[in-house]
Design a binder for this molecule. Structure first.
Ligand SMILES: [Zn+2]
Length: 139
């Protein structure tokens, strides 16, 4: 029986989670600190010819994954078409910086990723601040 093109096996799921140490690879929240857990994200969506294998998969919290949807990039404030951060090929620290309870994009890639994934939405800032106070999120 043919499987769906976006089907991810349980073993692949576990591998992706382990590789990410159970943290969202975009906003860094630990799965245990989320209300609804994390899921597997296709970094380049199937719609845009992304592959359904581990080189194109990331561990993502529900918020990041929902807001990202099938998008693969956006426009910067200056109007430059820019791809999103790719957890497989990019270094998080080169694109983002934690300032207080905010995650700032310090490159164009960081900027559009923070914007579209709504990484600094009010309730996420409050949640991050709480986790920082509990020592569960880096400052
Ligand atoms: Zn996230």
């Amino acid at each position: 029986m043919p499987s769906r093109s976006d089907y991810i096996s349980e073993s692949t799921r576990r591998l992706v989670e382990k590789r990410a140490n159970s943290h969202c690879e975009y906003c860094l929240i630990h799965e245990e600190d989320t209300y609804v857990g994390c899921e597997i994200d296709h970094i380049i969506s199937i719609k845009h010819s992304g592959k359904n294998d581990v080189t194109n998969l990331a561990f993502s919290c529900l918020s990041c994954n929902r807001f990202k949807g099938t998008d693969i990039g956006s426009l910067t404030e200056k109007g430059k078409l820019t791809r999103f951060y790719n957890p497989r090929t990019d270094n998080w620290l080169e694109h983002f910086q934690i300032v207080g309870n905010m995650i700032l994009g310090i490159t164009d890639i960081g900027e559009v990723t923070v914007k579209i994934l709504r990484i600094n939405d009010e309730e996420r800032l409050e949640e991050r601040e709480y986790l920082q106070e509990m020592g569960l999120f880096p400052k």
